[in-house]
Design a protein around this ligand. Structure first.
Ligand SMILES: C[S@@+](CC[C@H](N)C(=O)[O-])C[C@H]1O[C@@H](n2cnc3c(N)ncnc32)[C@H](O)[C@@H]1O
Length: 295
């Protein structure tokens, strides 16, 4: 318990000045950020984003978000940006990576940077369909010089068709090929990838949306109790050996994340307040379960 309470990922905040004071908890290590510089390749550009005060991360409310970087196509379509939301939403997957890993989607290489630096990771196959993404990342971040890059097998191809070498055992598959969180195709695309790869563990970006949807009965109510058994059932029913099945606080953190995203987009102050109040309850429940599981 002392260990959990000492983590720098627990903070207490008066959320967005709404007079809701809650501890905020996540059990994963804070990732490292690669260094980028502004660059252009064809219609792709990596450019700076401004700093922000009081913003929604994915699991946490952030008092301050420093300047970051974004990758855009044709100066408008954002493919990826290193905001608090993006960084936190990768955390469970970075934590789960070990052994022989397949990463679907290079993007800004943020996941790759963190995964290859882990001593427990032996090989990383990264599948990216767009050669311009590889070129711009080389120009902006010189990614082939990153610590641990000797473990990388870079494949230019379609994530939905990639198959490993015959007899190659993949320990972990991380899929992130979608521009927006909660993409309708994310679950079925991941199932398609897993049919080809047969990884021992699987995680896909913002999978928390699909778990929450699984628990939902209609717009206003839930037909399933939100606990680790339900999350395991969600994984089983979808034929995916999903990450976090032994983490009793993960289901609450899924609900906290999605409630926080909804609150962040809510304009009506009363509805926003209600959503933030629910977010605080999920966060508190996650922390209680984490404390209980550590005795
Ligand atoms: C959101 S970005 C990935 C961000 C990445 N997780 C990171 O840490 O920076 C999605 C990437 O997936 C790639 N992509 C999209 N569809 C793909 C597909 N079918 N096969 C392979 N790569 C794909 C895009 O070109 C883009 O580079």
């Amino acid at each position: 318990m002392t260990d959990i309470l000492n983590r720098d990922t627990i903070t207490t905040t008066n959320i967005l000045d709404l007079n809701i004071i809650t501890p905020m908890y996540i059990p994963w290590d804070t990732p490292k950020l690669p260094k980028y510089k502004e660059a252009k390749v064809g219609k792709w550009a990596i450019s700076r984003t401004p700093s922000k005060k009081w913003t929604c991360g994915y699991f946490l409310v952030k008092e301050y978000q420093p300047k970051g970087y974004v990758i855009k196509y044709d100066n408008q379509n954002v493919w990826m940006s290193l905001t608090a939301m993006e960084i936190e939403s990768h955390m469970p997957h970075l934590d789960a990576a070990h052994g022989n890993v397949v990463v679907m989607g290079l993007g800004m290489g943020f996941a790759l940077y963190n995964i290859i630096s882990k001593p427990t990771v032996t090989k990383v196959t990264v599948v990216e369909q767009n050669p311009d993404i590889v070129s711009i990342l080389e120009k902006s971040a010189n990614f082939k010089t990153w610590p641990g890059y000797h473990k990388v097998n870079l494949v230019i191809g379609d994530a939905l068709k990639y198959t490993p070498e015959p007899n190659e055992e993949v320990d972990f598959l991380f899929a992130d090929i979608w521009p927006h969180m909660g993409d309708d195709n994310a679950l079925s695309d991941t199932q398609q990838m897993q049919t080809n790869i047969k990884a021992k563990k699987v995680g896909y970006w913002t999978q928390e949306w699909d778990y929450v949807e699984y628990c939902r009965k209609d717009k206003f109510s839930f037909s399933k109790s939100n606990d680790i058994e339900t999350y395991r059932e969600f994984a089983k029913i979808n034929n995916l050996p999903l990450i976090e099945q032994d983490n009793p606080c993960y289901p609450d953190l899924c609900f906290a994340a999605i409630t926080l995203q909804l609150a962040g987009g809510e304009k009506d102050p009363i509805k926003k307040h209600m959503l933030m109040d629910r977010y605080a309850r999920f966060q508190q429940s996650a922390l209680v379960k984490a404390c209980q599981s550590f005795g």
